[in-house]
Design a protein around this ligand. Structure first.
Ligand code: SF4
Ligand code: ZN
Length: 375
């Protein structure tokens, strides 16, 4: 959405007057990313890009917390270039080059800290064509300059007309340009139905169906292709949302399974999340700076009915008002993870093979087969 300023105004004030959390958007002027601390001149147009649509604040708000105290800087913290982004927690303005360097350094750090990758790994990137997967691909290509491993892309088409088609097209284009081998799988071929068709029968918990059935495709196909890791583009916001969802749904054991399965099994391909320590807003900015095209405001039509949607919106509002909320929740998640994991040590947890499809599962039949059987 484009807004022409009627007088010179600070962008952060403009956003809050419109009831839009700064955490939910990127701002650009003449196609160039600008920090929210910048001002717009009278008559100048500012483009507000929702990288995932969110409902506005219930009413306009005064900028609070870090936004209230933030002052624009005409220079990057490390050079004389014009800044493209403001990092409120570090009180730093960065130009595109220094922001990209910092982003990639942090991805490298997370990879080392959680021991995600080793030399010679064969990694399949879950490439949906959205900003997270696009940023993940570019960041891993940068990491690969110092740590050699193989990359291919796994794209799952759930069959969501008007939403996924565009993203899949982006993913195809991107793999072609970067010379990445891409494998595309569809819900229709693998499960016999698209998620849109499943949605006609099951209106409730559709995202659970979508997630379970997508993960099943990723695991089986990665194994068939001989890959030993699947990288997914979950960012810090996803981690904080997942932590909140585990609490709301009373599923504490899920805390322990987030990084790695509770029980190792050769049929389960480990999943890694190299962007887990980076805020969604920065992932969106990194993808933008790499030329990712945003279909602003476009969102899966089923997303609004998911509990995650509400949690996401509340966390964006909280982050705007109480800076650091998301990273504190993510840190608590890490702490709880270790505690829950310790508490189940030594317990007799076993994995079976699904009676229907042979995939590893804790019951006799895996969740994917159970869900498909219900339809
Ligand atoms: Fe699937 Fe739900 Fe995501 Fe749509 S919002 S792609 S239905 S998980
Ligand atoms: Zn099964």
């Amino acid at each position: 959405m484009k807004i022409a300023a009627s007088s010179e105004t600070g962008l952060i004030g403009l956003l809050h007057n419109l009831g839009i959390p700064a955490e939910a958007v990127l701002l650009s002027i003449d196609g160039k990313l600008v920090p929210e601390t910048a001002s717009v001149q009278k008559g100048q147009e500012v483009e507000i890009t929702f990288y995932k649509h969110v409902p506005p604040f219930s009413s306009p708000q005064e900028p609070r917390g870090h936004w209230k105290r933030a002052n624009y800087s005409p220079n990057c913290a490390y050079c004389q270039s014009t800044p493209a982004i403001y990092l409120p927690y570090a009180n730093q303005h960065l130009c595109p080059k220094h922001f990209r360097e910092l982003f990639e350094k942090r991805v490298n750090r997370s990879i080392r800290e959680y021991n995600m990758l080793n030399k010679g790994d064969r990694v399949g990137i879950a490439l949906s064509g959205g900003k997270d997967s696009y940023a993940l691909l570019h960041a891993l290509l940068a990491v690969r300059e110092s740590l050699p491993f193989e990359i291919s892309a796994l794209t799952v088409d759930e069959g969501i007309p008007g939403y996924r088609d565009k993203a899949i097209e982006n993913a195809r284009k991107c793999c072609k340009e970067l010379g990445i081998e891409q494998h595309v799988y569809t819900f229709r071929e693998e499960h016999g139905k698209t998620i849109a068709e499943i949605g006609k029968e099951r209106k409730e918990n559709l995202c659970s169906y979508c997630g379970v059935l997508r993960r099943k495709i990723l695991n089986t196909k990665a194994r068939e292709l001989g890959l030993n890791k699947v990288a997914i583009g979950h960012n810090l916001d996803d981690v904080a949302q997942t932590a909140m969802l585990n609490l709301i749904r009373n599923e504490p054991l899920r805390f322990a399974r987030f990084n790695e399965p509770l029980i190792e099994n050769e049929k389960l391909i480990p999943r890694i999340r190299p962007l887990r320590d980076i805020r969604e807003k920065e992932v969106a900015a990194y993808a933008f700076l790499h030329g990712h095209e945003y279909n602003s405001g476009c969102c899966c039509p089923h997303a609004t009915s998911a509990l995650r949607w509400s949690v996401r919106h509340e966390l964006n509002s909280l982050e705007d008002q109480y800076p650091g909320t998301k990273s504190k929740i993510a840190s608590s998640f890490n702490t709880l993870q270790a505690i829950v994991k310790d508490s189940v040590k030594g317990k007799n947890l076993e994995l079976n093979s699904c009676r229907e499809c042979g995939e590893p599962c804790s019951d006799e039949v895996c969740m994917g087969c159970k869900m498909l059987g219900e339809l």
